[in-house]
Ligand binder design. Structure first.
Ligand SMILES: [Zn+2]
Length: 200
C-alpha cells in the first residue's frame, strides 16, 4: 500500500495487511472509499482499540451487499495472506527452509499456531488450534471487539486467509474451510474448520 493511502498511526499492521488484500480485489479507488467509510464510522478520535477483521467485513457487506460482500471478503482474505507472508514470513519462520521441509500435517498445525500467535499480539483475542482425524480447528474467543461486530454470515475474510494458507501449504491444492460458529451470531467463539483432505 502506498504511503498516501495509509494514514499514519491509524491502523495496526494486521489491518494494513487486510486492507492491502481488499485493495487488490476492489482496486485502489474503492479501497480508499471503504477506508474513509470505516474511519468515519469509528470516529477519528476513537482509535484506541484496533479494528478487528469483523469490522472490515462489516463495511464490505454494507458496501457490496451480503453475498457480494462475502465474496469480496473471501478473495481479499486470500490475497491478504500473501501480504502477511511478506511482512511476517521471515520473523515467524514460515518461509524458512526448516519449516518448508516439515511433513505436511505438522507444517499446517505449526503454521496455524504461528498465525494465532501473531494475531493475538494485535488483538485481545484468545486463539487456539486443535485437530481430530478429519479436521484442523482454529478457534477465536475472548475477543471483546468481536461480539456483535461481524455481519452474518460471519468472518469470510478469515476464511479466505485460512484457505490461502492451506493452498500455499498444500502445493496449490484447495482445502475446504468453513466457519462453524461465529461471535456475530452470539456464539462463544468463531470456530473455523479446515478439512485435512484436499478437494480432488
Ligand atoms: Zn466469526
Amino acid at each position: 500500500m502506498n504511503p498516501e493511502s495509509q494514514p499514519a498511526g491509524l491502523m495496526n499492521e494486521i489491518e494494513i495487511v487486510l486492507m492491502e488484500g481488499i485493495k487488490e480485489i476492489v482496486g485502489p479507488e474503492h479501497a480508499g472509499e471503504l477506508l474513509a467509510h470505516l474511519q468515519r464510522r469509528l470516529g477519528m478520535a476513537n482509535r484506541q482499540a484496533p479494528v478487528n477483521p469483523a469490522a472490515l467485513q462489516a463495511i464490505l457487506t454494507e458496501r457490496y451487499g451480503l453475498l457480494s460482500g462475502q465474496g469480496v471478503a473471501l478473495r481479499s482474505g486470500r490475497a491478504a495472506f500473501h501480504y502477511g507472508l511478506r511482512r511476517w514470513g521471515e520473523e515467524s519462520g514460515m518461509i524458512s527452509q526448516e519449516f518448508r521441509l516439515l511433513p505436511f500435517q505438522r507444517r499446517v498445525r505449526l503454521g496455524l499456531e504461528k498465525m494465532a500467535f501473531l494475531l493475538a499480539r494485535y488483538y485481545q483475542a484468545k486463539i487456539t488450534t486443535h485437530e481430530d482425524e478429519f479436521y484442523w480447528y482454529w478457534r477465536v474467543e475472548a475477543c471483546p471487539a468481536g461480539k456483535g461486530m461481524a455481519t452474518p454470515p460471519g468472518c469470510s475474510l478469515v476464511v479466505g486467509l485460512l484457505q490461502e494458507f492451506m493452498t500455499w501449504s498444500g502445493g496449490g491444492k484447495f482445502f475446504r474451510v468453513r466457519e462453524n460458529t461465529c461471535l456475530s451470531r452470539e456464539d462463544d467463539c468463531c470456530e473455523f474448520q479446515i478439512e485435512k483432505k484436499a478437494v480432488e
